[in-house]
Design a protein around this ligand. Structure first.
Ligand code: 5GP
Ligand code: MN
Length: 323
């Protein structure tokens, strides 16, 4: 099947179902939630019974709480054996958290994704690494299904595209991305709302937590890497949680001297979640995959057991293999 035919068969499977379950990745970002909630609303408007969720911790980050959550349910409230489960922005089944069990029992699993490290799971898997966001794929799918873009759906999909392109700055931004954004704004999406809520505000505690992590940042000019650790203690002292500090890696990567930025977030339970970014010289997607994670060439992550400083050392030791 050509790529287009796969997307068409995905659209047919979704349009042909009367009850649709949807899931995105744990710790959802703007693309995961925006693409999922946009598709959920469109399917609901088409008369489907729709439930959407993501694996624990089941908390919508404050900076995405403006997205319409009418169809969002706790992961335990998704059907245990869905007729159809549409999985969005998920590169590997483990990124579903406990919803991996629902996927295992679903009659049909449809995967819509753009991660280059996607493992190709699911019955119908449409994976397009040239799409800047999964939201672009949903945009195309709605067109194929003949489902209208309402202002609310358009706003969810624009949130997906804006966040995964870093506001149209990253190298994944294509002419098609901007065409889609143009159509979304024409359909009623509100760029100022997205910009304000996602980028222009944070709780005061974010400044305190970021200050702690930035204060202990380390630059290795020889290896062209900047890195730091964010601890559970930092969050507790600042009175914020993980959802509030998603933007921190974007501040760390500002260091001009470094190609690669590494943030190790100590989960407080023996696990460390690592976020990585590159200016272009390092394939951090493959680097993350070598630690059991994944992502994109220039933005990726993984979670492992261990001590955060030792995990950073292990990452830095491997940088040369991925340049
Ligand atoms: P972030 O650093 O913002 O959490 O993630 C950056 C990119 O890497 C996103 O596209 C995200 O989906 C991907 N990513 C982050 N952590 C993991 C992980 O543990 N496994 C996989 N497969 N991808 C990840
Ligand atoms: Mn994405």
């Amino acid at each position: 099947m050509s790529d287009r035919e796969i997307l068409r068969s995905a659209a047919q499977a979704i349009a042909g179902a009367s009850e649709i379950s949807l899931a995105c990745h744990i710790g959802p970002d703007g693309d995961a939630l925006g693409s999922m909630l946009g598709l959920a609303e469109a399917a609901s408007n088409a008369g489907k019974i729709v439930k959407a969720s993501f694996g624990s911790p089941f908390v919508v980050p404050d900076n995405l709480s403006f997205l319409p959550t009418d169809h969002l349910v706790a992961p335990g409230d998704l059907p245990a054996r869905p007729e159809i489960l549409v999985v969005l922005d998920v590169g590997s089944a483990d990124r579903l958290g406990e919803i991996a069990a629902n996927a295992g029992k679903a009659k049909t699993v449809v995967v819509l994704d753009h991660h280059v490290t996607n493992e190709g799971f699911g019955d119908i898997a449409y994976v397009d690494p040239t799409a800047a966001a999964t939201g672009e794929i949903v945009f195309d799918l709605l067109e194929i299904a003949g489902w209208d873009l309402t202002p609310s759906i358009a706003n969810s999909l624009l949130t997906a595209v804006v966040t995964d392109t870093g506001r149209f700055q990253y190298s994944n931004t294509t002419p098609r991305t901007l065409e889609i954004a143009s159509e979304l704004v024409a359909a009623g999406a509100v760029p100022t709302l997205i910009g304000q809520r996602v980028y222009e505000e944070a709780p005061f505690g974010y400044l305190i937590a970021a200050g702690s992590a930035l204060g202990r940042a380390n630059l290795d000019e020889g290896l062209s890497v900047v890195s730091t650790v964010l601890t559970q203690e930092d969050l507790k002292t600042a009175g914020v949680d993980w959802g509030d500090v998603d933007g921190l890696i974007d501040t760390i990567r500002l260091a001009r001297e470094a190609d690669t930025a590494v943030l190790a977030k100590d989960q407080g339970d023996g696990r460390v979640k690592v976020s990585m970014r590159s200016r272009g010289a390092t394939d951090v997607g493959s680097l993350a995959a070598s630690f059991g994670g994944g992502g994109h060439r220039l933005a990726a992550g993984f979670t492992v057991d261990g001590d955060p400083d030792q995990v950073i050392s292990a990452v830095v030791a491997k940088l040369g293999e991925f340049r």
